[in-house]
Design a protein around this ligand. Structure first.
Ligand code: G3P
Ligand code: CA
Length: 243
């Protein structure tokens, strides 16, 4: 069987506060071979890894990421909401993550969160950091904003992109090919085996999200997906040993 990419969703977010260095370090210990994370930009242009556009849920501050500076953000506790054991975890930068993975063989899926809130220049900034760290062949850029992915591809043809979508795309491999994309990041219930085969025949990989139950992981692996995005990389690693 071809190796299936074990993509940790926001790090090991089943066990640690999502999108923190604790979650990224833990997922490596648990057998992840790639890390998925969400990229946004602060008021002073720092690239930071956080899912929600608002800081409320994970830090308690009722402000948007785009309205605070990096220095204001580093003061916030992004771990206690999950468990007191993680008090003091802060919102990491993209550079923090690249520093962690650069000497390892992990891949990185950077989801640009530029849909609800727009971040002019985020594509250029992410590509600059990716190139600066020599990560171009290990990064996959994804987004629900396909205009943004098309822009990324024009700026950096050498960096792979993955089309993020929930459901309902007709022949998504044809759609993704229009953007020069390499992968389909689809909601997992919307992935059926015939489509995986059709996509694979055209060189298009499926990386469904977010798959936490081993039975569903097995179904998708048997269908031939190239990777799985999960909160529990240990579950996927264990399953892969048996297949
Ligand atoms: O990249 C897959 C998945 O992370 C997309 O949804 O909301 O978890 O960022 P979300
Ligand atoms: Ca994401």
């Amino acid at each position: 069987m071809k190796a299936v990419l074990n993509i940790a969703h926001r790090g090991a977010s089943g066990y640690c506060p999502e999108n923190t260095m604790a979650a990224f370090e833990r997922c490596i210990e648990l057998g992840a071979t790639a890390i998925e994370t969400d990229v946004q930009m602060t008021a002073d242009g720092r690239l930071v890894l956080i899912h929600d556009e608002s800081l409320q849920r994970t830090t308690g501050l009722p402000k948007l990421v785009k309205d605070v500076t990096g220095d204001e953000l580093w003061e916030l506790d992004a771990g206690s909401w999950f468990s007191p054991a993680f008090k003091g975890e802060r919102v990491p930068t993209l550079e923090d993550l690249f520093e962690l993975v650069k000497s390892r063989s992990l891949q990185v899926n950077l989801e640009l969160k530029n849909g609800v809130v727009q971040y002019p220049g985020i594509e250029e900034a992410v590509i600059e950091a990716t190139r600066r760290f020599g990560m171009s062949d290990r990064v996959i850029l994804s987004s629900f904003n396909h205009y943004s992915l098309a822009h990324c591809k024009r700026l950096a043809p050498e960096i792979r992109t993955g089309i993020l979508y929930m459901e309902g795309l007709y022949e998504p491999w044809e759609y993704a090919a229009r953007f020069g994309a390499s992968a389909l990041h689809a909601y997992h219930y919307a992935v059926i085996p015939e489509w995986v085969s059709q996509a694979a025949a055209r060189g298009m990989a499926y990386h469904p999200f977010t798959v936490n139950e081993p039975a569903e992981m097995r179904r998708l692996i048997q269908a031939g997906v190239a990777g799985i995005i999960t909160d529990y990389p240990d579950r996927l690693a264990e399953l892969l040993k048996t297949m």
